[in-house]
Design a protein around this ligand. Sequence first.
Ligand code: 4AD
Ligand code: MG
Length: 431
Amino acid sequence: MSWVYIKDFKDHVGEEVTVKGWLYNKRKSGKIRFLIVRDGTGYVQCVMVKVELPEEEWSKFSDLTQESSLEVTGKIRAEKRAPGGYELDVNHIRIVQIAQDYPITPKEHGVDFLLERRHLWLRSSRQHLIMQVRNEIIKATRDYFYDNGFILIDTPLITGSIGETASTLFETEYYDFGTAFLAQTGQLYLEAACMAHGRVYGFGPSFRAEKSKTRRHLSEYWHVEGEVAFCDNDENIDIQEDYVCYLVLRVLDRCRSQLEGLERDISKLENITKPFHRFSYDDTIKMLQEMGSDIKWGEDLGGDDETILTEKYNKPIFVINYPAQAKAFYMKRHPDNPELVLCSDLLAPEGYGEIIGASQREDDYDLLIKRIREENLPEEAYGWYLDLRKYGSVPHSGFGLGIERTVTWICGLHHIREAIPFPRMLYRLYP
Ligand code: 4AD
Ligand code: MG
């Protein structure tokens, strides 16, 4: 009998097929029994009619428990009232394994209970929808960069040079070299590669030992980073705007039913069109102070600041040119004001906050080494990085987008932990 995925039922109406999956739910009505089966691509209601089945088939209904694995053979029938539009009239059931006491039942569970069972929670319909949207965002990312002439460069995850700041590093012993770090960013290596290829991007995990519990932070997250030679901060912002619009359009185009299933307000996403807001850091601080924040000039925006600012706007906001003291060592100094750097953060609307960090890079050898020394970074680990400013240095810029922050925003989730299959956080290493 031919095995067909539920998503392909439309091409097999009237045929006898086999569905392989798990029992999601079951119910009875008179002399009819219903099995709701999921196979990873969808859900289908399988209909058992007593007068049409031998007793040995009929009795399997009572043996089957939630999440038991099974293969159901039957005929596909179009049924307007059924979710998905089809039902399966059952002829034969092969039980693969009977599940005992599946812990996640249709009743409400606390989030700690569910996180402890993340390996099973992934099967729940809402989690299933989120992972499908994540899949689309990642595929759209690869398509965007490929189609726009960016070369993929995979950067090392174990590194000797600190990419961002010493405060959130995971350390590990590395042979005879002493301490190495798990990468916080691939940026420094992408800067080297963009001098070879012009336009490059990286996509991989980044690690941050975030010692606070927030709804925006993971210890391990997936990081998309672009880097372009002969590109200034303004051109860099244009690329980010174009990329984020592309992501949202792709999800609207290919994952509309998933967004509906997640009860996402789709009109809010349809509103994500160019141009985004562009506010200077100075103006942003004034706005925040007027909104009641106690932020002072010179500080980075806190999570609460990002929330109150972006709740007010229905489009993403670029906050441009922060004070150097609030940002990483590699950012290029503003030519008219040495207190500022040429950089931007992109904040997602509806209270979601930062999804991209970006800047033009310091391309002057002397200024860069001065910044490395000011930050007390080990100079000897940056020889190769400084070389890039000795051998054909050019203006160049890049950015990094957090995939989970973006999934959280586009899906309209409350917390980042649902945006990654197996979250790593301050209080979680299991499963
Ligand atoms: O702003 P960040 O720290 O910038 C960089 O790492 C640059 N080197 C990027 C670049 O220019 N190539 O991080 C970039 C993005 C953030 O905007 C956020 O979306 C995400 O990475 N991010 C996190 N996501 C989840 N959990 C965390 N702990 C994150 N830290 C950063
Ligand atoms: Mg940042």
